[in-house]
Design a protein around this ligand. Structure first.
Ligand SMILES: [Zn+2]
Length: 209
């Protein structure tokens, strides 16, 4: 309840921005030298039930190639587990992924679209669609359309500044703790630059396959 004279906080981080920010941060865990993708799975109560990033199968990290070119068996493509797959299988044991929304930094490929449909997810929110002309992406949209699963692009440009701003420690926090640990300040700075560079690198105009 809002009482007269009370200051109402209006600069809170909205849910969709938070979930996409988590997906962006998850992408940073990827060891793929070229493409880092992150996903965040959210249930109908707006709770995160799983996150994922593109990685090699368990216990295979460092033992399989990240190459994009060469003989098929020497490239990453036939080995890598996509972020969406990992978010679904990483979902906490008691979580029901049915009806969840997938927040993902890159539009799901055809294989992930199959997973999304078969797992019973209800919506996809993506950050970047730089491979929209590829058959895999076209097939993905075809399947999602047929399955009645809507997908929408996250409003990057209107929200990124706000997200970055939200990560900053508030002025009050800084004032009240005169001995604020330098590690905390360093963490804040690295988080800011991380999120900024990650998000910018995911924007279509900065895309380099
Ligand atoms: Zn995929």
């Amino acid at each position: 309840m809002h009482h007269p004279g009370e200051t109402k906080k209006t600069d809170f981080l909205v849910d969709t921005d938070y979930f996409m920010a988590v997906a962006v941060l998850s992408a940073q865990r990827s060891k793929d030298p070229n493409t880092q993708v992150g996903a965040c799975l959210v249930n109908q109560d707006n709770k995160i039930v799983g996150t994922g990033h593109n990685c090699m199968p368990n216990d295979c990290e460092g033992k399989l190639p990240w190459n994009r070119e060469g003989a098929k068996l020497d490239t990453k493509y036939i080995y890598v587990c996509h972020a969406e797959l990992n978010a679904i299988v990483n979902a906490s044991a008691n979580a029901d992924v049915k009806g969840c929304t997938m927040y993902v930094t890159l539009f799901p490929c055809n294989e992930c679209a199959k997973l999304i449909i078969q797992a019973g997810l209800k919506e996809v929110v993506y950050l970047c669609d730089k491979y929209h002309a590829r058959p895999e992406t076209i097939a993905s949209k075809k399947m999602l359309d047929r399955a009645g699963i809507p997908y929408s692009g996250w409003e990057v440009l209107s929200n990124i500044v706000f997200i970055l701003d939200s990560i900053r420690l508030s002025d009050t926090t800084l004032r009240e703790s005169s001995s604020i640990p330098t590690t905390l300040l360093a963490l804040r700075i690295s988080l800011l630059s991380l999120l900024a560079s990650a998000t910018l690198s995911l924007l279509p105009q900065h895309a380099t396959a």
